[in-house]
Design a binder for this molecule. Structure first.
Ligand code: VGL
Ligand code: ZN
Length: 201
């Protein structure tokens, strides 16, 4: 069992990120068993849930003439456009049915503001608006955050980078992640982790 000051952050293991979903990550469903197994080795687990209103600004369908995976300039910087996914209260936004982590202590929803996307579990994509997770983890006395889930090169990446920047010891277990891999983003993620002192297990 991991220490009392360790928490596992299970990122976005939701139907829309699995094969057949709105923004399917290749092999996304393959992580579920390992995620469950790892979770049972942690006394403390938090889950994140991508949770967008219909018509969210990160959806290509919200921008005339734009296709998924194109980039646009938003007031807060470049934003990749996505197929519609994880719309609040839909089956696609639900956790994968095989996820079995009854002892998870927190479900943190993100991406619920129409005008800004949120990859990181800690900050919106403006890198300023907090989700409240840092305060929660500090108030609970956690020192180390282990990140797993979907997608390795987006929500897992930015959550781990922010955890590290906020001063938490940070680890990512890559076998329990799958990547979208747009334009080399998986390799860029590994490089970024090694530059920032994020342990890739
Ligand atoms: C994610 C793109 C858009 C993720 C969420 O969970 O990695 N990626 N929304
Ligand atoms: Zn999203």
């Amino acid at each position: 069992m991991r220490k009392e000051t360790d928490i596992l952050l299970v990122i976005d293991v939701q139907n829309d990120f699995c094969p057949g979903g709105g923004l399917a990550v290749p092999g996304g469903d393959e992580v579920v068993h390992l995620v469950n197994r790892l979770a049972h080795g942690f006394a403390h687990v938090a889950l994140t849930q991508d949770w967008h209103p219909a018509g969210h600004s990160s959806f290509a369908s919200s921008h005339q003439g734009k296709e998924p995976f194109e980039q646009i300039a938003m007031p807060y910087g470049a934003q990749t456009l996505w197929p519609d996914h994880c719309i609040q209260n839909t089956a696609g936004a639900a956790f994968h049915g095989g996820l079995d982590i009854p002892h998870a202590e927190l479900v943190l929803r993100k991406g619920f503001r129409r005008e800004v996307d949120s990859y990181s579990a800690f900050f919106e994509n403006d890198h300023k608006t907090p989700t409240g997770l840092a305060g929660y983890l500090r108030e609970r006395g956690f020192a180390k955050v282990t990140c797993i889930g979907l997608a390795f090169d987006f929500c897992v990446r930015y959550s781990a980078e922010d955890a590290r920047a906020l001063g938490f010891e940070t680890e990512v277990i890559e076998q329990a992640c799958r990547a979208i891999d747009l334009a080399g983003s998986a390799a860029a993620t590994r490089k970024s982790f090694s530059e920032r002192g994020i342990v890739l297990a």
